[in-house]
Design a protein around this ligand. Structure first.
Ligand SMILES: [Zn+2]
Length: 401
C-alpha cells in the first residue's frame, strides 16, 4: 500500500461577493478534484488546536500527528532543522530576522527582502563580531536566519517583527517572563543594540542605501525554543520511511524532525508560478522509494494573503489540471493499492488576507472506505460527508488505519 497526502495550503476560503457568494474552490473549474471526491469519503477537519494561532507550522505539525501542545517549541527550531542545524538540548534556537530600523523605528521585518547572498555577508560579520562558543548565527534565506545561544533561558517574551511595522523598536525588545530569564533578555537586547552599531556602515548596507533600498540595520531574534524530541514517523505510524515535498522551509523542518526525507523539486516557488507538473512527478518518484509522501503546495495561501480571489481561483484550477491530473493518472497506473488524502492546512480567506481557525474540507480515498454522496469538493458540500467533523491530530491515524 502507498500513502499520499496532498496539502493545499490555505485553499479553504469564505464566500466572495464578486463570485456571487461562492468561495474560490466553488467558483473554480476543477474536474479532477471533483472526480476524485466522487470516489472519496469527505468531512471537515479542525486542523488548528484550541489555544494556538492558525499558523501553517502549527496546522501541519498537528495534521502530521505531532500535537503542538506537546511538540511545538518555536519557529526557529523548525527552520534550523530544515537547514540541517543540529542543536544540543541546552541550546536555545531563535528565528533571527534581519530588519530595517531607522531612527529607532522598526521600518520593516525583512530588510527590504534582502537577497540571501547579501544576508550571508552580514551573518558572517555578525558571527565574527558577536559570535562565540556560546553564540552562533546561521544563514537561512533572504531575511530569515537562525541564532543559537547555549545555556539561554526560554522564558523570554520576543515580539514577532512583522506584527509591528512603524513602531519604536526599543519598547519591543525581548523581556524576561520570569526572573531566571533576566540574563537571557539582557543578552538579547545587547546583541540587538550591538548589531545596530556593527551594521550601520556595513558594505552591504552602504551599497543598498546608495541604491535606495532598505537596509539590514539590526538583528531581530524571536520565537525561541529547544529542539523538540519528535517520535519518528515510524514510531508514530509504523511507516518505514517517507518523503516531504514542499517549497517552504518550515514544512521541511517538520519533516526532518519526523525522520522524513526532504525532496526538492526544481522550479517549486511556493507561488502561482510554481512547477506543478514537477511536483506531481516528484511525488510519483518518491513513491517508488517510500511508502508515504506528504506533498505540500503553497500557492493558494499566497494568493489568499494577496487578497486576489481571481488569482486564487486560477491557482486552484492550475493545481487541478497540472498537479492533480498527472498525479492521479500516475497513481492509477502504478499498479499498487493506495490511500489518498487531500486537505488544506487552514483557510486563508481573500477578504481577510490572513489565516483563520475555521475547520477545513478534506477527502480520503482508501480501499475499503465507501465513497459518500459528496460529488464536488468545497467548504459547503463536505458538511454532508460521511466522516463528519474530526480533529487534525487524529486524521493520519484514520488515514493509516
Ligand atoms: Zn499563509
Amino acid at each position: 500500500m502507498k500513502y499520499i497526502v496532498v496539502l493545499a495550503d490555505g485553499m479553504a476560503d469564505e464566500p466572495i461577493e464578486a463570485f456571487n457568494g461562492l468561495t474560490p474552490a466553488m467558483a473554480a473549474h476543477k474536474p479532477v478534484m471533483d472526480a476524485m471526491c466522487k470516489q472519496a469519503a469527505t468531512g471537515l477537519v479542525h486542523t488548528v488546536p484550541q489555544g494556538f494561532h492558525p499558523g501553517s507550522e502549527i496546522a501541519n505539525m498537528n495534521i502530521l500527528g505531532y500535537q503542538p501542545s506537546k511538540y511545538f517549541e518555536g519557529r526557529g527550531v523548525l527552520e534550523a532543522a530544515a537547514l540541517g542545524i543540529e542543536s544540543e538540548p541546552d541550546e536555545l534556537v531563535f528565528r533571527c530576522n534581519l530588519v530595517s530600523v531607522e531612527e529607532n523605528i522598526l521600518i520593516n521585518h525583512s530588510a527590504g527582502h534582502i537577497s540571501t547572498a547579501e544576508a550571508d555577508e552580514i551573518i558572517q560579520t555578525l558571527n565574527s563580531e558577536l559570535g562565540s562558543e556560546k553564540i552562533k548565527f546561521y544563514t537561512g534565506t533572504s531575511y530569515r536566519h537562525i541564532l543559537v545561544i547555549k545555556g539561554a533561558n526560554k522564558n523570554v517574551k520576543c515580539t514577532p517583527p512583522h506584527d509591528h511595522p512603524g513602531k519604536p523598536a526599543h519598547p519591543l525588545f525581548p523581556t524576561a517572563e520570569s526572573p531566571d530569564a533576566d540574563d537571557t533578555a539582557k543578552l538579547l537586547s545587547e546583541l540587538m543594540d550591538k548589531s545596530l552599531k556593527i551594521l550601520a556602515n556595513h558594505p552591504v548596507n552602504v551599497k543598498r542605501r546608495a541604491d535606495g533600498k532598505k537596509c539590514a540595520d539590526s538583528i531581530w531574534p524571536w520565537s525561541p525554543g529547544y529542539r523538540p524530541a519528535f517520535p519518528s514517523f515510524k514510531e508514530r505510524f509504523g511507516m518505514d520511511s517517507g518523503a516531504v515535498i514542499s517549497a517552504v522551509d518550515l514544512i521541511h523542518g517538520i519533516g526532518k524532525l519526523a525522520g522524513l526525507e526532504s525532496v526538492f523539486v526544481e522550479g517549486a516557488t511556493g507561488l502561482h508560478d510554481t512547477n506543478y507538473e514537477g511536483k506531481a512527478a516528484g511525488a510519483l518518484d518518491a513513491l517508488q522509494k517510500h511508502p508515504f509522501v506528504f506533498l505540500h503546495v503553497e500557492a493558494m495561501d499566497e494568493a489568499g494573503h494577496e487578497g486576489d480571489y481571481q488569482l486564487k481561483k486560477r491557482v486552484i484550477e492550475d493545481f487541478d489540471s497540472r498537479l492533480l491530473k498527472p498525479l492521479w493518472d500516475g497513481l492509477n497506473k502504478m499498479g499498487e493499492p493506495f490511500t489518498f488524502l487531500l486537505l488544506p492546512d487552514h483557510p486563508t480567506p481573500c477578504n481577510l488576507r490572513t489565516h483563520t481557525m475555521e475547520p477545513v474540507p478534506f477527502f480520503m480515498i482508501k480501499p475499503g472506505l465507501d465513497a459518500d454522496s459528496v460529488d464536488s469538493f468545497n467548504e459547503e458540500t463536505v458538511k454532508n460527508g460521511s466522516l463528519g467533523e474530526i480533529l487534525g491530530e487524529n486524521i493520519l491515524d484514520m488515514f493509516f488505519k
